[in-house]
Design a protein around this ligand. Structure first.
Ligand SMILES: [Zn+2]
Length: 233
């Protein structure tokens, strides 16, 4: 191969690389019209003081380890990924509590989310990943089973607010024990941190003696991400 041919090859490869990076940037980076969250007034998302009774999802909170939204791939490299939830660190084996009363939509243990449970409460859908235990089929019905934790929950079962639904584990794609907590409102992802802030502000107002909370006192506006496809955990 002559020097000139080699140069042409390298040049071609460089162009191809730049082209590919441009394509991946365009497809992976959030486009304003795609990522631009649709605003929904919190009083539409929920009646004004409804979240007074909501439960924080872990019993032994240690910290928030990864926020909701676009981030560099957790597995390294230069890829961006959409993180469709909030990561809450807690000791392995500590209990997870149901955020809001609802019905078990699905239990699973076969993907990056690990052993997980999805609960539907009206228009809301909440997902809990990386739990202890696994899925077992008993008499044709699918259960999330964690014997050491005393957990056995069936698909279709109704679960009250604050009920223990499992324990923090390390199943699926994770580097340390934490709960990945995902929230969707009407099939769109919602940042769980916004919901937690709203819960805490309502509970604070209530503690100060307010019997009802009006929409003006509720500062947080729930934003729904337009992203509805699969996301990182
Ligand atoms: Zn996560």
């Amino acid at each position: 191969m002559s020097m000139r041919q080699k140069k042409a090859l390298v040049y071609g490869a460089t162009l191809l690389t730049i082209g590919l990076s441009l394509v991946s940037l365009i497809t992976i980076l959030p486009k304003p019209e795609v990522a631009g969250a649709r605003e929904v007034k919190s009083n539409k998302a929920n009646s004004s003081n409804a979240w007074l009774a909501a439960s924080f999802p872990v019993e032994n909170f240690q910290g928030y380890t990864s926020a909701f939204g676009y981030r560099r791939s957790a597995t390294g490299g230069s890829n961006w990924e959409f993180h469709g939830g909030l990561d809450i660190a807690a000791p392995q084996g500590s209990y997870i509590r149901n955020w809001w009363a609802g019905r078990v939509l699905k239990v699973g243990d076969r993907n990056a989310c690990g052993t997980h449970i999805i609960i539907k409460s009206g228009t809301w859908e909440h997902t809990y990943c990386h739990m202890e235990g696994n899925v077992e089929v008993i008499s044709g019905r699918r259960y999330l089973v964690d014997r050491a934790g005393g957990i056995q929950i069936a698909e279709g079962q109704n679960i009250p607010t604050g009920y223990r639904i499992g324990r923090v584990g390390m199943t699926g794609r994770t580097t340390g024990p934490h709960l990945h907590w995902g929230l969707k409102y009407d099939t769109n992802y919602v940042d769980p941190a916004m919901v937690l802030r709203e819960m805490f502000s309502q509970q604070q107002i209530a503690r100060r003696g307010g019997s009802t909370i009006n929409a003006q006192q509720s500062q947080v506006v729930i934003q729904e991400s337009a992203t509805t496809g699969d996301s990182g955990y």
